[in-house]
Ligand binder design. Sequence first.
Ligand code: DX5
Ligand code: ZN
Length: 216
Amino acid sequence: MKIAPSILSADFANLGRDVQLLEQAGADYLHIDIMDGHFVPNLSFGMPIVKALRPITKLPFDCHLMVTDPAAYIQPLATAGATMIGFHAEATPHIFRIIQQIKQAGCRAEVVVNPGTSLSTIEEVLPLVDSILVMTVNPGFGGQKFLPLMLKKIQRLAELKQRHHYNFEIEVDGGINQTTIKRCYRAGATIAVAGSFVFAAEPAKQVNLLREAAEA
Ligand code: DX5
Ligand code: ZN
């Protein structure tokens, strides 16, 4: 299981320090939640933060767009240093086109689905994507409770992946702790995002706890 700590729970007054702690902790990705105050009722980071963090770490940047106009963010984010760009299926009628645009910009393409969104919405693009992010809480805020109903959805996605020999990652985001990471791993998830759990104590210790718990 790969671990993608979310800097939404970092100490914003010491963001560079926290990012370096996460790299030392052996994180696999840095998860960066980009919110516009419209798609979700919260505001977080934009391109200048991504750009400022790029030179201080080698970690790949997993950028999670929670915005109403994802197409407008692709090129600026790619230029700022994004490795993977995830956008919400609910935000656009042009899922296919946006995946193509992300790839043309030289990034890995990920589609994100909210808890209430059916996998049928994204079935046609499964052969194209590098990753599918299954939201395990309603997007917008850290520190929420994991939604166990999403385990079935992860399982169904993993079945589709296996049946058709697709090789996308299955990422989970929201309410991940030592218990829920194990349930997600067993259901077929391959990347786990964790914010509040990672920053609840010493990040290196917390990342290790998650990694051990997942595959135990
Ligand atoms: C929520 C964000 C998450 C958030 C997860 O909308 O997408 O990435 O940081 O936080 P926790 O792990 O605290 O649920
Ligand atoms: Zn996220």
